[in-house]
Design a protein around this ligand. Sequence first.
Ligand SMILES: Cc1ncc(COP(=O)(O)OP(=O)(O)O)c(N)n1
Ligand SMILES: Cc1ncsc1CCOP(=O)(O)O
Ligand SMILES: [Mg+2]
Length: 351
Amino acid sequence: MVEPYSQKEQIQQVVYRILDANLDRAREGLRIIEEWCRFGLNNAQLALECKRLRQEVAKWHTPELRAARDTPGDPGTELTHPQEEQRASIKSVLQANFCRIEEALRVLEEYSKLYHPTMAKACKQMRYQVYTLESSLMGHQRHQLLWRSRLYLVTSPSETLLNNVEAALKGGLTLLQYRDKTADDSLRLEQARKLRQLCHIYGALFIVNDRVDVALAVDADGVHLGQQDMPIAVARQLLGSQRLIGLSTTNKEEMQAAIAEGVDYIGVGPVYETPTKLGKVATGLEYVSYAAKNCSIPWFAIGGIDANNINDVIDAGAERVAVVRSLMQAEQPTLVTQYLLSQLNRIKPEL
Ligand SMILES: Cc1ncc(COP(=O)(O)OP(=O)(O)O)c(N)n1
Ligand SMILES: Cc1ncsc1CCOP(=O)(O)O
Ligand SMILES: [Mg+2]
């Protein structure tokens, strides 16, 4: 006759099942991240770190924990959230899986205190290592997308702000800056949050103009600063190395200083005089040509650029441009985005 489990043994079985399920969950999540590092980014270092973590998780997956598995008796296998069945972009896939790994490691940390205190300590350490991996990978993703982005929409206040931006995103926009010099902070935060969400859905980068605090509050991808704004070193300290910092430049000296200060990209202009930046003297195409020959980081020609003159700017050497009115005042922002991108992609199809 088989002896029934005592209450203590029953609880132990439950703990083993929790550990077994979460060891699987953490390993699966790590494998999903690893595949992107390997095949999507071709980044051996990040892929290796995922593999190392996967093996460390596997080390704790002992036969006694595996033996506790009872998949048919697990009501959780039937439970899925609609968000799990659809992902809008690679970024969402990565974020969802980092979340999954971190949660699983937290569960492992707590329940393994009842099983093997050394395992609890190891899981805590792994969780911190996963946070570091997440930050490096997300930083890497941001930089890659920045380098690939050719068109940059800088917003202006508009009743149809979200519609305009979404239309441009539909046309293939991958880089957006929220710029509103007059809104009060509560509106600014609300709009920034909505735009960030929209960019997230379309897999585009979201940058905040001028305000490091707002960028941090809405978890933006970075900030764009002017020559009179917060010093780059201070912004970098606040934002860390994984978020992007852009700086406006109007001449060679500012460009060289920006590169030396470690910004991620620069604005080059205003190429033409523009009502969007009244009173600012145009740099002309000469500075665009200088940037084309001398700038080692991504740079965006900006100021008065539209569908009629974009080819002059491209001929002067620009591979990337930033616009306000051309898209914010367009009747059909999707079509204009597609047209501007088609012109920018004409020279070198792949950046
Ligand atoms: C891409 C890009 N380039 C330049 C600017 C101008 O920034 P700044 O000089 O700080 O002026 P304001 O935009 O704050 O009026 C920009 N915003 N984006
Ligand atoms: C913000 C800014 N910085 C330099 S020019 C400019 C405005 C560009 O606006 P537009 O594309 O409407 O000319
Ligand atoms: Mg500014």
